[in-house]
Design a protein around this ligand. Structure first.
Ligand code: BGC
Length: 764
C-alpha cells in the first residue's frame, strides 16, 4: 500500500522532473530501482564496506542505499559453523556458535542427507545471529596433501566434492539465508595464494577443478560465488571473463552474484567487466574507480547495471531485506547433538586387527599424546569457529565410560599449564588473534620407557592421539607434519612395544586436518581411527566409536599415499616452502619488489593434468597406504544383484547390499565407471555416484539405485572443446573402495553424444 503510494508520488514527481522518485526496493521492481539509482549509488552497492551496529566479527557487508530502501547485508565466515565474535562490548550475553566437523570429515560421511542436516543447523545459526550469507562451503580439490586449507575442503574427487557442496548449500539455504561457494577456482595452495598462477590444462579444469563447482551450482544454486585470489593461466580469477561469465553463467546458467575473496585487486574495473559483481571487503578507492571508469567510458553503464541488478536480486532474498527479527539465541544444545552425531557417522576406521575395536568400557585406558588434553576441533584462520567449548579426548573417553590413567594425563596437563604460563609471560598477556589459542598446537612431548612399563602393567589398553593443526595462509610441512616427528615416532614405538609385550592392544587416533604418512608405522597399531578435526563434540563421537555405541561408516575422501613423493603433484607444489605464508613477495636489490618468477610460488604447473588422486594411483597400479573411499566397519557387507539398464539419457544402475555380520551398520557404495576411450586417455575408474545405506540390521538388505546421465559420463575433449560421451561398453563397478570392487555390470552406449560449451580457456 505504502509502496504503491510512494510509487505514485514518484511517477507524479517524475513527470514534472523535480525530484528523483522515492520508490523503494521490492522483489518485483529491481529493474525500476536500477533505473532510479545514481552512478554513485550503483558504484557503492558494488563495493563492500564496514557497517556500524551490525554483527561483530562478521567478515564483510554490502552497503545500504537508504533512499531506495536497500538495506546493508551481512556476510560471515564458515564452513565448520558460523564465525562471529562470541562476546560484545557492553553486552552480558554471549554469541557462541556451534563448532561442527570440518569439511573433510563431513565428506568422509559420504552421506548427503547428513550433510544437509548439519548445514540446516548451521544456517539456523546464520539466521538467528542476524547474518545474511555464510561464506562457505569451500570446495577446492585436494590436489596435494600439504595444502593448508584442505581441512575446509571436501575431497580429491569432483563428484564427491560437488555433491557434498550441493548438500551443504541446500541445507544452509533451507533457512532462507545464503551461501558463498568458494574459492572459485584453482586455489589449491596457500603459499603465495594472492599471486600464484595455477597453470591448468583446459581438460583438467573442466573435468576436475571446475567440475565440483559445476555440480554444486547446478544442483543447489548458491546465492553467491566467491572468486579466489590466485590466477588461472595468467589471469586473476576475479578478472576472468572466461571463468565468471563464460563458464559460470553461460555454460552453467548461474544467476546469483560473484564476490571477490577478501582483498580485491587493483583492477576493479576489469573485475566488474568480467562478471565479478561485488568487491569485498571493499574500500572507497574501488568505488571511485568504478565511477571514473563509467564517466570516462572505460566501463559501460550497462555492465555496471548488470552487476547492480544481480546484487539487488540477491538482496531481496535476504533476512535483512525482509527485516527478520533474529533472536540471537539459536538452539546450541540441540546443534551440539547434531555435531556429535555427524562426527560419529563420518569417522573413518582405518585399521582393526583381530577386532581390537570396539573396546569394552571395562578396559582401563592409558591415553597418550598431548592431543589428549589439547584436542583439535577445527582449523585456524577464517574457518575457525568461536565455539563455547571443546570436549577434549580425555573427557570424551570418560564420557563413554572408560576409566583413564589419571597420572599419565596429569603429565600432559601440567606440561600444558606450564607452557601456557610461559607463553603468557613472553607475550605480556596478549595472545595472537588470528585463531588465537586455537592456532597454538602443542608439539608432542617425550615419554620415558620406565614410566611406560608401569603404565602398560596398570592399564588394559593404550590409546595414542596424534594431533595436527592446519589453517589459512600457509601450507603444511613435509617434515614433522605430513610425516611424524621423531618424538611421535618414538611415542608410537615405545608404547606399542611395551603394551604388546604385555599382550595389550594399542589404538592410534589421528586428530589431523589433512593426510599424513601412515605406511611406516601403521603395523605397530592394532587399530587406527581417523576422526580428522571433528568439531566441539568430536571427542564424544570418538568415545562412541571406540566403545561400539556407533559402528563406523565413514570412508576416505582422498588417497593416503605410501609417501609424499608418490603423489602426482608432489614436485609441482611448494612442499619445501611450507609455512612461508601467503604473501611471499621479497625485494630484489635494484628492482624494488620485482623478482624472478619462482616455480611453485609465483606459478604452479598442474603437470599431472586430470591424474589427480586415485585417478593416478589406480590407473597406474601404484601401491598406496589406504585407497580412496576406504573405511572399515564392525560388520561385513555383501554386494549382489548388480544391474545396469540403459535409459534414453544414460543408465540406471542398482546393487543389493546385505549386512552379513553380527552388528547393525551402514555401508557406503561407490559407483565407478570405466568408460570407452573414444580417442581420449581415461582413468581406469572414475567415481560417478555414491550412496549410503540405512542402518542395516544383521541379515538385512537394501537395494541402492543410481541414475547416471550421458553428460555425467562424458570426458572433455580439449581439441574439439566439448564434452563427449563416447560410444561403446561402459563397465560399472560397485566398490567398497576404489581398490575393492564387490560387484559389476556393463552397458552399451551405441553412439557418441557431444555437449557444446563456450570458448572459455581454449587459447591456452
Ligand atoms: C578467505 C576466505 C574468507 C574471507 C573472509 C579470506 O582471507 O580466503 O575464505 O571467507 O577471508 O574472512
Amino acid at each position: 500500500m505504502i509502496t504503491t503510494f510512494l510509487h505514485l508520488c514518484g511517477l507524479l514527481i517524475g513527470t514534472v522532473a523535480i525530484l528523483p522518485s522515492t520508490e523503494v526496493l521490492t522483489n518485483a521492481n529491481v529493474d525500476e530501482i536500477v533505473r532510479q539509482m545514481t552512478l554513485e549509488e550503483k558504484a557503492t552497492l558494488c563495493v563492500g564496506g564496514h557497517i556500524s551496529n551490525s554483527v561483530p566479527g562478521a567478515a564483510g557487508y554490502t552497503r545500504p542505499v537508504e533512499r531506495l530502501g536497500i538495506p546493508a547485508t551481512v556476510l560471515a565466515d564458515g564452513p565448520a559453523g558460523l564465525r562471529i565474535n562470541p562476546v560484545r562490548e557492553g553486552s552480558e550475553s554471549t554469541y557462541y556458535c556451534t563448532g561442527f566437523p570440518i569439511g573433510t570429515l563431513l565428506a568422509s560421511s559420504w552421506d548427503v542427507n547428513l550433510v544437509s542436516e548439519v548445514t540446516s543447523a548451521i544456517g539456523n545459526e546464520v539466521l538467528e545471529y542476524g547474518v545474511d550469507v555464510l561464506l562457505a562451503p569451500g570446495v577446492n580439490i585436494h590436489r596435494n596433501p600439504l595444502c593448508g586449507r584442505n581441512f575446509e575442503y571436501f575431497s580429491e574427487d569432483p563428484v564427491l566434492s560437488g555433491n557434498m557442496a550441493a548438500a551443504y548449500i541446500n541445507g544452509v539455504q533451507s533457512n532462507k539465508v545464503g551461501t558463498s561457494i568458494k574459492h572459485f577456482a584453482g586455489n589449491n595452495q596457500e603459499t603465495n595464494r594472492n599471486e600464484n598462477d595455477a597453470r591448468i590444462s583446459t581438460r583438467a579444469l573442466r573435468e576436475i577443478y571446475l567440475k565440483n563447482f559445476e555440480i554444486a551450482i547446478r544442483k543447489a544454486n548458491p546465492w553467491t560465488v566467491m572468486s579466489s585470489y590466485n590466477k588461472i593461466n595468467g589471469q586473476y580469477t576475479q578478472q576472468s571473463e572466461d571463468l565468471l561469465t563464460k563458464v559460470l553463467r553461460d555454460d552453467w546458467g548461474y544467476q546469483g552474484i560473484v564476490m571477490t575473496d577478501w582483498g580485491s585487486k587493483a583492477a576493479t574495473v576489469d573485475a566488474s567487466k568480467a562478471g565479478n559483481d561485488l568487491m569485498e571487503p571493499g574500500n572507497e578507492g574501488e568505488i571511485a574507480r568504478i565511477i571514473d571508469a563509467v564517466r570516462s567510458g572505460v566501463l559501460s553503464e550497462e555492465i555496471l547495471d548488470r552487476n547492480v541488478r544481480n546484487i539487488l536480486n540477491y538482496i531481496v532474498k535476504t533476512p535483512s531485506f525482509r527485516k527478520y527479527q533474529h533472536s540471537d539465541r539459536p538452539d546450541l544444545a540441540g546443534h551440539a547433538e547434531i555435531a556429535r552425531r555427524a562426527a560419529g557417522e563420518s569417522i573413518v576406521l582405518l585399521r582393526n586387527e583381530e577386532s581390537t575395536l570396539p573396546l569394552g568400557t571395562d578396559n582401563k585406558v592409558a591415553l597418550y599424546g598431548i592431543g589428549a588434553m589439547d584436542f583439535v576441533a577445527g582449523g585456524t584462520g577464517s574457518g575457525n569457529v568461536n565455539k563455547a567449548y571443546v570436549v577434549n579426548l580425555a573427557e570424551g573417553l570418560r564420557n563413554a565410560g572408560y576409566s583413564l590413567d589419571e597420572d599419565l594425563l596429569s603429565y600432559y596437563e601440567s606440561y600444558i599449564a606450564y607452557d601456557k604460563a610461559a607463553q603468557k609471560m613472553k607475550s605480556n598477556g596478549n595472545r595472537p588473534n588470528w585463531g588465537g589459542f586455537a592456532s597454538h598446537k602443542y608439539s608432542e612431548i617425550p615419554v620415558e620407557q620406565a614410566a611406560v612399563n608401569v603404565q602398560a602393567a596398570n592399564n588394559d589398553a593404550a590409546v595414542i592421539v596424534i594431533g595436527r593443526n592446519a589453517g589459512e595462509g600457509s601450507d603444511r610441512n613435509l617434515v614433522a607434519d605430513f610425516e611424524l616427528s621423531e618424538v611421535e615416532r618414538n611415542l608410537i614405538n615405545t608404547v606399542s612395544n611395551t603394551f604388546h609385550k604385555e599382550g595389550k592392544k594399542v589404538i592410534v587416533v589421528l586428530n589431523v586436518g589433512g593426510v599424513i604418512e601412515t605406511a611406516s608405522w601403521k603395523n605397530l597399531a592394532d587399530a587406527i581411527v581417523l576422526p580428522w578435526s571433528p568439531g566441539q563434540e568430536g571427542a564424544n563421537a570418538i568415545g562412541d566409536i571406540l566403545s561400539g555405541k556407533v559402528n563406523p561408516s565413514g570412508k576416505l575422501p582422498m588417497t593416503f599415499p605410501l609417501a609424499y613423493f608418490d603423489h602426482p603433484s608432489s614436485i609441482n607444489f611448494p612442499y619445501d616452502k611450507a609455512g612461508a605464508g601467503d604473501g611471499l613477495m621479497s625485494p630484489v636489490i635494484g628492482r624494488g619488489w620485482q623478482r624472478e618468477a619462482q616455480k611453485n610460488v609465483d606459478f604452479s604447473e598442474y603437470e599431472e593434468g586430470i591424474w589427480v588422486g586415485y585417478r593416478y594411483f589406480d590407473t597406474n597400479d601404484k601401491a598406496v597406504s589406504y585407497p580412496f573411499g576406504y573405511g572399515l566397519s564392525y560388520t561385513t557387507f555383501k554386494y549382489s544383484n548388480a544391474i545396469v539398464r540403459a535409459t534414453s539419457d544414460g543408465f540406471v544402475a542398482s546393487v543389493k547390499v546385505t549386512n552379513t555380520g553380527k552388528v547393525a551398520g551402514k555401508e557406503v557404495v561407490e559407483v565407478y565407471v570405466d568408460a570407452p576411450e573414444g580417442g581420449l586417455e581415461k582413468p581406469s575408474k572414475e567415481l560417478k555416484a555414491f550412496a549410503k545405506t540405512a542402518l542395516l540390521q544383521p541379515g538385512e538388505s537394501e537395494t541402492l539405485s543410481f541414475r547416471i546421465s550421458r553428460y555425467e559420463l562424458s570426458s572433455f575433449n580439449e581439441e574439439a572443446n566439448r564434452w563427449e560421451c563416447a560410444a561403446g561398453r561402459y563397465s560399472v563397478m560397485f566398490g567398497s573402495n576404489v581398490s575393492d570392487i564387490r560387484a559389476s555390470a556393463s552397458c552399451n552406449i551405441s553412439r557418441t553424444e557431444t555437449f557444446a560449451v563456450s570458448d572459455a580457456y581454449i587459447s591456452r
